[in-house]
Design a protein around this ligand. Structure first.
Ligand code: ADP
Ligand code: MG
Length: 701
């Protein structure tokens, strides 16, 4: 777009004027012609097409149907009344439903007359219904004139009460495009337009506001969504390039003795192809002069720990220290024990520091750390305390980062001159495209393969009423020598009640599973760290067969002989939590099971979560569903809502376009990083404009 013309204030547009301009600024943030052109309709009323009832699909937008009313009745439920009508055409029937205005409707609608109905359909209990349809007789319908596709613009109460109706908005748009059509400049390079058959900017804008038919509208939407994602990606990738150029990192140029020795002699298993690939990616980063900022995603049990260790060995071989931070005490201890045992034949010094480390131990650790006598420090948040000073921290690994805030991550940086390389490991897969668009400055590695020989975990859903059968199943498994987790929810807001549930559960299980045949462990957040560890160890050693716990055990715990995971009140857990919990079993050679216990009352959302768990064990598929249920703002615990403020594209629904825009943008920047090629001039101009008018195109907060 021509920047000058389109930066004109809207009060100078015909049909607007100072007072309407003031309202539009206040209510919709529209200041300039450009803002107005970018006010895209929320939806369109498509009155060009008639549907047959048999053609309806579950996710249809508004549809228009011709048919007749064959029945009307009032239905009472509790103290609410609904009016329900049967509406038929020659292909089938649907229900029309009114919750209000019964009397008028009942008196005015005529059975067996032909009507045109228009509205959104719902799918429920195997039938379509349409609540509060717009309807008129076919005769009236045929007499009226109407535009092909009516755009519906975003509005507010104040706007409509001051007379800026949708109709008026439409008129203002007509004026805008009448005056400015010829000033619309292309924002994408010609070769991109051509090779992807995209509409030009001008055609797209005109068709988004004045669509001539559904096909052109779809193409216009596609082009504008593409453009929106494309420029976000251009900005992110450029930021990333600049960032890379600016932030120097320690180059770990050599692959040394510890790494080689470990690789040749002490690797406890053959690495999977994915593990090898990821280690290579990390090696490349570490060997360059830029700081590594990498997110390592891998499903539970995919073997991230060994990747962490090999990276740590590279740092140590280059004379640097490393740290590994985990979210819980239990997990830190487990990492510590695991890594000490893997490294026992190597000459490196490993220490652990957690909230419950003794003061005397702490002092020793602080000192050794500053003297460079510790190669690897493992621990919890305790690593972030001010007293913890590394001599030369070269690599910081953060396990299960969804528990760590971004701020905490940067705190680690401040401990030495150059920032350490950072590797963040998570088993909560964020759909790749989302990760890329939100964390443009993180590189991503994915372990997309489980070590060989793992059996699929069988997942079932059982209602509380079937508890006795579940107990029987637990007994059978224990009889075969297996161990069982029983997990209770613990949500902060209802903590007291949750503890009561946990204790009640513990009691009833103790009654059912009596000593001495059965031994039971219990672990929860209110216990002292020592007691927790004691109980965990009893379970780990097989002295107890049942582990009753809250979500403390969610992350990382590894007991290969445990093959049954019972999740109580599973409807109260989020999808990624359920997936994490399930990942605690299926770590040994035996067939493992996950039982999701719920009450009979389930919300739609809960039903979807449970069904998803039963259906798949693919972490990425689960993450996609999770994303759809919760929206991107919720992901990973950090508050990301507001990071992406999209005007037309939808990060979930338009996933594919995002991927495509991303690859196009990165392809272009790879060949022409500073956008100097003549053909990329439209990108350069738009990019400069975006930066200049950031207040207007405020994509990224
Ligand atoms: P996570 O990615 O969940 O942290 P871990 O690193 O704890 O997974 O690995 C899970 C289990 O799989 C561990 O017992 C580990 O020893 C084992 N493991 C990891 N990689 C392999 C492999 N390539 N072959 C066989 N077993 C492996
Ligand atoms: Mg792990």
């Amino acid at each position: 777009m021509n920047s000058n013309f389109f930066q004109t204030s809207i009060e100078y547009l015909k049909g607007v004027g100072p007072s309407r301009a003031k309202l539009l600024k206040k209510e919709l943030g529209i200041f300039t012609f450009q803002d107005l052109a970018n006010l895209f309709p929320n939806r369109y009323l498509d009155r060009t097409q008639f549907y047959k009832i048999s053609q309806l699909e579950k996710n249809n937008a508004e549809v228009q149907i011709i048919g007749k009313l064959t029945q009307i009745k009032t239905v009472s439920q509790k103290n609410k009344k609904r009016l329900i009508a049967k509406f038929e055409d020659d292909s089938g029937s649907i229900e029309l439903v009114w919750f209000k205005g019964h009397k008028w409707i009942k008196e005015n609608l005529k059975l067996n007359n032909l009507y045109v109905i228009f509205g959104k359909t719902n799918w429920f209990n195997g039938q379509f219904s349409m609540p509060h349809p717009e309807m008129e007789t076919l005769k009236t319908y045929e007499k009226k004139l109407r535009p092909v596709m009516q755009p519906v613009y975003p509005s507010t109460e104040l706007l409509s009460s001051r007379g800026i109706s949708n109709r008026v908005m439409f008129g203002i748009m007509e004026n805008l495009f009448f005056e400015s059509k010829d000033y619309i400049f292309e924002t994408l390079p010609k070769d991109v337009l051509e090779s992807y058959h995209l509409l030009s900017k001008k055609e797209a804008l005109i068709n988004i506001h004045f669509p001539q038919n559904q096909h052109l509208l779809t193409r216009a939407q596609y082009r504008l969504k593409f453009e929106e994602f494309f420029y976000i990606q251009i900005q992110l990738i450029r930021k990333n390039l600049l960032h890379k150029a600016k932030i120097k990192g320690y180059p770990f140029s050599k692959i040394g003795d510890n790494f080689n020795l470990f690789y040749k002699e002490f690797l406890p298993f053959k690495l999977t192809v994915a593990q090898k690939r990821v280690i290579k990616e990390i090696r490349n980063d570490l060997g360059s002069f830029a700081q590594m900022n990498r997110l390592l995603q891998g499903d539970v049990g995919s073997g991230k720990t060994i990747v962490a260790l090999m990276s740590i060995l590279i740092a140590i071989d280059n004379g640097f220290q490393a740290c590994l931070m985990a979210p819980t005490e239990i997990l830190s201890v487990q990492h510590y024990n695991g890594l000490v045992s893997l490294c026992k034949k190597l000459n490196i010094s490993i220490f652990i520091l957690t909230g419950s480390s003794k003061t005397s131990d702490r002092k020793i650790i602080h000192k050794k750390l500053e003297n460079g006598k510790i190669d690897l420090l493992i621990g919890t948040h305790a690593l972030l305390e001010d007293k913890v000073k590394f001599k030369n921290l070269g690599l910081a690994i953060i396990d299960e980062q969804h528990r760590f805030g971004v701020a905490q991550r940067s705190k680690l940086w401040r401990k030495n001159n150059l920032p350490p390389h950072i590797l963040v490991m998570t088993a909560t897969p964020i759909p790749r495209t989302l990760a890329m668009s939100v964390y443009g400055n993180l590189d991503i590695s994915i372990i997309d393969e489980l070590p060989p020989g793992r059996k699929q975990i069988k997942t079932v859903h059982r209602f509380d009423a079937n508890r006795l059968r579940v107990f029987k199943f637990i007994k059978d498994e224990i009889f075969k020598g297996r161990q069982v987790y029983i997990v209770y929810p613990l949500i902060q807001e209802s903590e007291a009640l949750d503890y009561k549930d946990l204790m009640d559960g513990f009691e009833s299980i103790s009654r059912e599973f009596k000593k001495p045949t059965y031994q039971i462990s219990i672990v929860h957040g209110k216990m002292k760290a020592k007691d927790k560890e004691f109980e965990m160890n009893r379970f780990l050693k097989g002295e107890t067969q049942i582990m009753i716990a809250t979500t403390v055990i969610e992350v990382g715990v590894n007991v290969p002989n445990a093959s049954v995971m019972i999740i109580e009140s599973a409807e109260r857990f989020g999808l990624s939590q359920l997936h994490q919990l399930r990942g605690r079993v299926g770590r040994g050679a035996d067939q493992s099971y996950c039982v999701l216990m719920t009450s009979h009352k389930l919300s739609e959302n809960a039903k979807t979560r449970i069904e998803t768990m039963v259906k798949t064990s693919d972490g990425f598929e689960i993450a996609e569903v999770d994303l759809k249920l919760r929206g991107p703002g919720d992901l990973m615990g950090t508050q990301q809502s507001g990071i992406l403020n999209l005007r037309i594209a939808d990060i979930v629904k338009d996933h594919e376009i995002l991927k495509f825009a991303r690859s196009t943008a990165s392809e272009i920047l790879k060949k022409d990083p500073s956008l100097t090629l003549p053909k990329n001039k439209p990108i350069k101009m738009t990019y400069i404009q975006l930066k200049k008018y950031k207040n207007i195109w405020n994509y990224i907060s």
